[in-house]
Design a binder for this molecule. Sequence first.
Ligand code: PLP
Length: 386
Amino acid sequence: MIYLDNNATTKVDDRIVAAMQPYFNIHYGNPNSLHTMGQTARKAMATALNQLYAGINARDNDDIIVNSCATEGNNHVLMGIYYDLIRTGKKKKIITSSVEHPAVSHTLKFLESLGAEVSYLPVNTEGLINIADLQHELTNDTALVTIMWANNETGLIFPVTELCAITHKAGALFHTDAVQAIGKVPVDVQASNIDFLTFSAHKFHGPKGIGGLYIKEGLKLTPLLHGGEQMGGKRAGTINVPYMVGMGLAMELAVAGLTDEDSRVRSLRDQLEEAITAIPDTIIIGKNYPRTPNTSLVSFKGIEGEAMLWDLNKNDLAASTGSACSSEDLQANATFQAMSMDTDLAHTGIRFSLSRFTTQDEITAAIKIVKDCVQRLRAISTYTKL
Ligand code: PLP
């Protein structure tokens, strides 16, 4: 199988599997236990935390709360802001983009049902927001702006440093969902001055079921999970030490591999796009804007995305019609709807996402598979050349 669905999830690096292994069945102590087994696990956790701090350039006094996934991290920030600033009447509003992952957008819908006011910034047909719209929406009663670092469907990179500065000027806090940015573009919490940032190990060759929430020094959030004193009382629940070891190393390797991602992976992605644009009536969404180097969202006129996906799959190529989390739903996904794509375009989107394990041979083979597939499906559809 040629795997070009790395924005959905990634292969766990063999080095990471090996590093995690002993913490399942040899050093399996609870890191809160005082005996040697517990302390060995605790040391491994400390090393992993250091790797996470270094990976995003966090300060010593910043917090990184290790949790179960980015969905949890996003819920923690949004619910925490609701409990601390909105429910208490200090502020009223949260501002977001209309192309956030459901881990943000569905949580905000829930908060709206509890009385929070949420403003959704529109995007243009390429998926970009207008900075003037943010400036217009920011008022004294804005608690938080939450805008993703990079979009999971298009790979478009949002100017988070600039957005954060504008947000701070208005006295509000800034959160970014950096799930699709880590390991693809440099993420530096000090340079960007971001207040809250979420990430998830399985998007950068670590295991599924573990993620992190960065909180800038001096800021506090009501916990999402109450219980034991793990994570300094900020996130209860026994810590998954093997996965944390895996996430720490995954972060280190992801950051070390950034140059490769930007040159080798980008050039493979560009090769794929160049070959695809040679096929008549294809569009690459966001091609002329800053994008993550591994992602390509393509529309092949006249070919239903689902049909294409299954034909590619039959030919051993794994891609996606949209976010893996929503692809069971045959409706055009919310991101495409927000981008005001016409219905035809919205149903023809195929996302190819590469990783550091993608090879030249795979891209060469993928190009042939895609070309054959388009020819086959257009021959049996109502497609007429533009
Ligand atoms: N945010 C973005 C941008 C994503 O792409 C995803 C997963 O696709 C998530 C959040 C959810 O991450 P997790 O699976 O760790 O909950």
